[in-house]
Design a protein around this ligand. Sequence first.
Ligand SMILES: *Cc1c(COP(=O)(O)O)cnc(C)c1O
Length: 216
Amino acid sequence: MVGENVRRLLAELPAGVELVVVAKGREPHQVLEAVEAGVRIVGENYVQEAERAFAVVGDRVKWHFIGRLQKNKVRKAVKVFDMIETLDSLEMAGEINRKCGEIGKVMPVLVEVNSGREGAKSGVFPEQVEDLVQSVSNLANIKVMGLMTMGPRTGDPEESRPYFMETRRVMDRLKALKLPNADLEYLSMGMSNSYRVAIEEGANLVRIGRKIFEGE
Ligand SMILES: *Cc1c(COP(=O)(O)O)cnc(C)c1O
C-alpha cells in the first residue's frame, strides 16, 4: 500500500515539485518501503527517530529535519540531516553554524515562517523573516535556501491558501534583495490535506505523511 501511494503521488506531482515523505511515528521498514517506491527525500521531526530510520535506509535519500530542534540535539542533527527546514532563530542558527563548523559541513536551511502569526507556533512572523535571513547569511556554515510554513491547522485546504500566498510573497521580496550568500530555491508548503493548494501557490517541496502511510 505504501509503495502504491508513493507511486501515485509521484505521478501526480507536477515537474519541479519534490515530495518529502514525512516519517514521524513510522517504523524504519515503512520508510524503506516508501524509499524503494522512488522517494528521494525523507522528512523527520525527531533526531532519534531519524537515526533509527537512517540505520535502515542510509544515504540513498536526502534527510530533512522538519521538527522543533532542541539545542542539545544540534550536534547529532547536523550529522544525519541534509537540510533543516525549521530554522526560526538567530540563536539556533549560531548553534547549527558552530556544530557544522566542527565537522566541516555547510547546512542548507529553510527559515520557518509563522504565516498564521499564532502565538505558540514555531517560526518567525512574516515581517521578521528578512532580518533573520540577513543575519544568517553572514554565517559561513549555513546556507539559506528558502522558506517553509505550516499555516494554522484547518479542515478545509482552501483556508490554508492565504497563508501559503503570504509565505510566497515573503519569498518573492527576499529574492528581490539578491542576498549574496542565500540561494532561495525552495518553498516548502503543504501536507496531506493541503498540498494541491500549496502547489498552486508556488510550493516546490510538499511534506506528506498520512496520505502515504495511511492512504488518507
Ligand atoms: C506531520 C507533519 C507533516 C505531514 O502531515 P500529514 O498530515 O501527515 O501529511 C508535514 N510537515 C510537518 C512539519 C509535520 O510535522
